[in-house]
Design a protein around this ligand. Structure first.
Ligand code: NAP
Length: 241
């Protein structure tokens, strides 16, 4: 019974990842934090692909909640195995550094970076024991080049890139790969306020990407075809540098 856990799996890129991994035969654990309706709709769509889907409600930045929900799931599902972890949950709260509120910094860092730590820490012992696993972290072009108005977001994503590379080296001998996917502009609710027409001219492919295009890369990294790739950051941004 192989499972993939997708944090922030209810909407946007996470939802597309859930559907892609389901198509590849994984049963899916869909994490969400507030939008129950969206999570239930995603669960239904996943189940239509003839795999099992469970909803796991927790805020990835709440360490105690992550530990409780995940350990309860493991205790009641001893015959099942989480082979793939996609750390996808993320938010943005953009502001120039001089105007940034403490909570805008803390929320973004605690969800992107803290969430990576809280969830991965809980999942990795079992992967090490089983000598099998794929960890895929959703980062961003913003964490590679830095974007004005996003010191909080760029810092969190850059930190997760560092953690990806460090962890990859720690667990490579155990047949666990750790990689990151760095999207540019992707059409989801996160980019709702950003007009495609205003940014088209700077993107060589002259368009935003889709969640499905990102999910295809995640699907590849979760598949046997990527077995010798680890510690990598794969950009998916239409050529935007
Ligand atoms: P989105 O459409 O806003 O969806 C965010 C998802 O994350 C939702 O499922 C949401 O759950 C969940 N989430 C938010 N905070 C959470 C928390 N504290 N605990 C658990 N789940 C939480 O965002 P998206 O565009 O799909 O982004 C997904 C990832 O891709 C993020 O890490 C983002 O930084 C990254 N990314 C996006 C873009 C882009 O252009 N869209 C570009 C580069 C990187 P609820 O439904 O419960 O709210």
């Amino acid at each position: 019974m192989k499972y993939a856990l997708v944090t922030g799996g209810s909407r946007g890129i996470g939802k597309a990842v859930c559907l892609q991994l389901a198509k590849q035969g994984f049963n899916i654990l869909i994490n969400y934090t507030s939008n129950k309706e969206a999570a239930e709709a995603t669960k239904k769509e996943v189940e239509q692909l003839n795999v099992k889907a469970d909803l796991l409600k927790f805020d990835v930045s709440d360490r105690e909640a992550v530990r409780k929900v995940l350990s309860d799931w493991v205790d009641t599902n001893e015959d099942k195995n989480i082979e793939v972890l996609v750390n996808n949950a993320g938010i943005r709260k953009d502001n120039l550094m001089m105007w940034m509120k403490d909570e805008e910094w803390d929320d973004v860092v605690n969800i992107s970076l803290g969430g990576f730590y809280n969830v991965t820490k809980q999942i990795i012992p079992e992967m090490i024991k089983n000598k099998q696993g794929r960890i895929i972290n959703m980062v961003s072009l913003s964490g590679i080049k830095g974007l004005p108005g996003q010191t909080n977001y760029s810092a969190s994503k850059a930190a997760v890139i560092g953690a990806t590379k460090a962890l990859a080296q720690e667990v490579a001998r155990r047949n666990i790969t750790v990689n990151a996917v760095a999207p540019g502009f992707i059409k989801t609710e996160m980019t709702d306020g950003i007009e495609e027409k205003d940014f088209k001219s700077v993107i060589p492919m002259r368009r935003f990407g889709t969640a499905e295009e990102v999910a295809n890369v995640v699907g590849f990294l979760a598949s046997p075809a990527s077995s010798y790739i680890t510690s990598e950051v794969i950009s998916i941004n239409g050529g935007l540098l």
